[in-house]
Design a protein around this ligand. Structure first.
Ligand code: ZN
Length: 332
């Protein structure tokens, strides 16, 4: 009975706030992880958010949570990875609608990120060898007739979501296999693996550098709407590495950002939302105020400060987004 009452209380009565997660405001040729929202949809979503009158800076939200005074139904906006479009496309719109946002920024200065390079190479290259050599294990993968990218393959790749459906093509199958193989690696290994994959198969990296340049990032210094916070030095899946490595990744990124932006960095977003007990311990020992996952859940006074959830915003219209927002707040 007590359990039921508690669930009822947190679902319907307790004050709740929520954090939204964006990555890109763009229309890339494929977007298997659904990290891009089109500029048109993004603007519609900002109109919805502005009309709620409930958007607050993430740091203010965290301070309220720390004091045990959650402001009910407040919303904070976050952007991960510092893609250039955050500054060239999202920022002017945030300014236009007067909405604050937090950018979680790594120490990586030049792209493309390995996951974008892999996606672009395997899913959008017009031509690949019929048999691809795979680095490290010395194996190979037959693409057969999928060596040439057809309109049909492109269409299948545009709509494929790995967390919803099996790979619809051989290219997609290989992409997912290599993505799973690369994600646990340390960043230097990931770069090496990618280089090897390209070299072994006589491929040229065509994925553009879509990361914000140091100069673009610098333009955010002291911006009245934008706060810069930590996302580790090189974007490893923290929970797959030992505690010392995790600490170095978090600490060096924070130091670099603090020096660069002349501000205190006290919030952390775990890359890929991947973390374990050590990651939480690292955030605590380095005196972070809060750390964010990618678990889609609202925040209540029961939430652990180093396990705060975020909702990934899909590429949907303002109307669809408004519906999602109210559904997310009821989620518990
Ligand atoms: Zn990230």
């Amino acid at each position: 009975m007590k359990q039921l009452l508690t669930t009822f209380y947190y679902r319907y009565l307790a004050p709740k706030c929520m954090v939204l997660m964006y990555h890109r405001v763009a229309t890339p040729p494929t977007d298997v992880w659904e990290i891009a929202v089109s500029p048109k949809h993004f603007e519609e979503q900002l109109q919805v958010l502005q009309a709620t009158g409930r958007v607050v800076p993430l740091n203010d939200m965290v301070q309220s949570i720390k004091q045990g005074k959650i402001k009910d139904k407040t919303i904070a906006l976050t952007f991960d990875d510092a893609y250039a479009d955050n500054i060239t496309v999202a920022l002017p719109l945030l300014e236009q609608y007067g909405l604050p946002a937090t950018f979680f920024v790594t120490s990586i200065e030049k792209g493309p990120f390995w996951w974008d390079a892999l996606e672009q190479t395997l899913l959008t290259s017009p031509h690949l060898p019929a048999t691809l050599q795979i680095p490290m294990d010395g194996g190979s993968f037959d693409l057969t007739e999928e060596a040439t990218l057809t309109e049909r393959l492109q269409q299948l790749h545009r709509t494929w979501k790995p967390f919803e459906a099996d790979a619809p093509t051989r290219r997609a199958k290989l992409y997912l296999q290599l993505w799973q193989q690369m994600r646990p690696m340390v960043p230097a290994q990931q770069q090496h693996f990618l280089q090897q994959l390209l070299q072994l198969n006589n491929l040229v990296l065509t994925a553009p550098n879509e990361i914000a340049t140091p100069r673009q990032l610098q333009s955010l210094k002291g911006h009245r709407l934008i706060d810069i916070e930590a996302h580790t030095a090189q974007h490893p899946a923290l929970g797959m590495h030992d505690a010392q490595f995790q600490k170095e990744q978090v600490q060096s990124n924070r130091l670099a950002l603090e020096q660069r932006f002349g501000k205190k960095v006290s919030l952390l977003a775990y890359p890929y939302g991947h973390y374990n007990g050590d990651s939480m311990q690292v955030a605590a020992s380095l005196n972070f105020d809060a750390a964010f996952t990618t678990n889609p859940e609202p925040i209540t006074k029961r939430s652990h400060p180093f396990q705060l959830g975020r909702f990934q915003v899909p590429d949907c219209s303002g109307d669809a987004f408004a519906q999602k927002l109210s559904g997310w707040l009821r989620k518990y």
